[in-house]
Design a protein around this ligand. Structure first.
Ligand code: ATP
Ligand code: MN
Length: 464
């Protein structure tokens, strides 16, 4: 077995009949009779299986008993042209090694199809299905493409902290990090918990966004991006929210909102095109099995210009639409997914970048417009998803930033380091956050965000 090195099944199409080959993987199906047995083997390198032919004269029925769906085997043999349809080459086996059996009475992934809900309950085994193989290969390819896109443009990958003591990010409810004894925490005289006795000497949380630290990087290195996990303790049980998700946050010195929008549009198109160019076999599988318009939708996004319009114009369109929404719209309210999707799917039929939102519904750091009412925010809205990117030009004026911090009754002392960037060498700058799993929802055509991350975390759910 060891005289020949293992070949990934995805590479077989580059080989010739007659070549000797060693493959290792998991049995998807076994069928046949006394004279010949056919095994479909998958090793995770591709959605395609390789067919193994085991001749009855070399392999007794008894020796193949343990080779059942889910079992792991190694096969040494010769590549031959396949008379059957579905594959050009198959392996005529000479030697077989059984690594691990999988009891047919209990192994849950038998040949029949399974619901996505059931597969979520077996998160430890679902990567072995065709669907999740495709999704996780695409997820890998997108992560690689993100680094490639920014590296080719001269952006630096900046690692922002996962544990943070700044509670001013304001992007969402936070998970606390503490080593205090929860049954008997130290208390101050007034009765409040004394965080000066906690591990960091103050209260700490898991980050909800790397942006504030990302800005510090951009105001020194020019153009940076972060790509890491973020955590939100909101109780949002929706198909678009996770408690732990990955975010990509580029931040650029000397960019105004226009350049920020240009970058966001170029970035998403690059990623979608990368998937079409590099993951087409997996995309075809998802297209055929789940969503017959998937590939068409991906091609449309690459080839279309995103619509850009102001929040105020967007609200007018929604009010004049005559559409009944679950949440009523008026100027000043935050847009719900149903509103975002109406604009994208019904009205414009293409992605939309909405800008200049009311300052009350956006974060304190966004650049204030001269109308006194709106800020230079930009959200990118996508078909099927709604908001996929949230971003803005940042307020670079110390005075204006300070007055906004006061208006919102935030504590300037916890933000001293952030405010100092506006005191020393401040410049116009901008950035945005792309939710990695929202991107993957779009690229894979999945409809539940729990199916595009290997081990989803959501309220009441942290199994595996
Ligand atoms: P939403 O309004 O959809 O809850 P948000 O406005 O809270 O999102 P931002 O704080 O702007 O989101 O975060 C930037 C991006 O991160 C969003 O555009 C989205 O792609 C993604 N994102 C935000 N919250 C979540 C979540 N809970 N799970 C997965 N992705 C998320
Ligand atoms: Mn947002």
């Amino acid at each position: 077995m060891e005289s020949c090195s293992r070949v990934k099944i995805s590479k077989i199409k580059e080989m010739e009949p007659g070549e000797k080959i060693l493959v290792k993987g998991w049995v998807r199906t076994k069928r046949g009779n006394k004279n010949v047995t056919f095994v479909a083997l998958n090793d995770g390198s591709s959605v395609s299986n390789v067919q193994i032919v085991l001749d009855g004269s070399k392999f007794s029925e008894e020796s193949l008993k343990g080779v059942t769906t889910g079992a792991s085997i190694g096969v040494f043999g010769v590549l031959v042209e396949s008379p059957g349809k579905g594959q050009a080459l198959e392996i005529s086996a000479d030697k077989l090694e059984l690594y691990g059996t999988a009891d047919p009475n209990s192994y849950p992934l038998q040949k029949k199809g399974h619901t996505m809900e059931f597969l979520r309950e077996i998160g430890h085994l679902r990567p072995r299905t065709n669907t999740f193989g495709c999704i996780f290969r695409i997820r890998h390819a997108m992560a690689y493409a993100i680094h490639k896109f920014f590296n080719d443009k001269g952006f630096y990958y900046l690692h922002t902290p996962i544990i943070t003591a700044s509670d001013a990010e304001g992007a969402g409810a936070m998970f606390q990090v503490t080593t205090l004894d929860l049954s008997n925490p130290p208390r101050k005289e007034c009765g409040a918990i004394d965080y000066s006795k906690d591990f960091f000497g103050k209260s700490a949380n898991l980050t909800v966004s790397g942006q504030l630290e990302g800005e510090l990087g951009a105001l020194a290195l020019g153009e940076i991006y972060t790509f890491g996990p973020t955590f939100r303790a909101e109780n949002s049980n929706t198909p678009r929210h996770l408690s732990e998700f990955w975010m990509i946050e580029p931040e650029m010195a000397f960019y105004e909102i226009k350049e920020n929008m240009d970058l966001a549009e170029e970035f998403i198109k690059y990623l979608v095109k990368y998937a079409l160019d590099n993951c087409i076999e997996d995309l075809r599988f998802l297209n055929d099995m789940f969503d017959k318009e998937l590939i068409q939708r991906l091609e449309d996004v690459v080839n279309t210009q995103f619509v850009r319009l102001s929040y105020t114009e967007g609200i007018e369109i929604l009010i004049n639409s005559g559409q009944k929404f679950e949440f009523p719209v008026s100027w000043g309210t935050d847009l719900q997914s149903e509103h975002e999707r109406y604009l994208v799917e019904k009205h414009f039929k293409k992605p939309v970048i909405l800008t200049d939102y009311p300052k009350e519904i956006k974060a304190f750091y966004m650049k204030q417009n001269s109308d006194g009412k709106t800020v230079r925010a930009m959200d990118v809205l996508f078909p099927k998803i709604g908001e996929i990117i949230g971003g803005s030009q940042r307020e670079e004026s110390l005075e204006k930033l300070q007055s906004r911090v006061e208006e919102l009754h935030m504590d300037p002392s916890s933000l001293w380091w952030y405010l100092e960037t506006r005191k020393y060498g401040t410049v116009p700058h901008a950035g945005f956050g792309l939710g990695f799993e929202r991107l993957l929802l779009f690229v894979t055509g999945m409809t539940n965000i729990r199916d595009v991350i290997p081990f989803p975390r959501s309220p009441k759910n942290a199994e595996f």
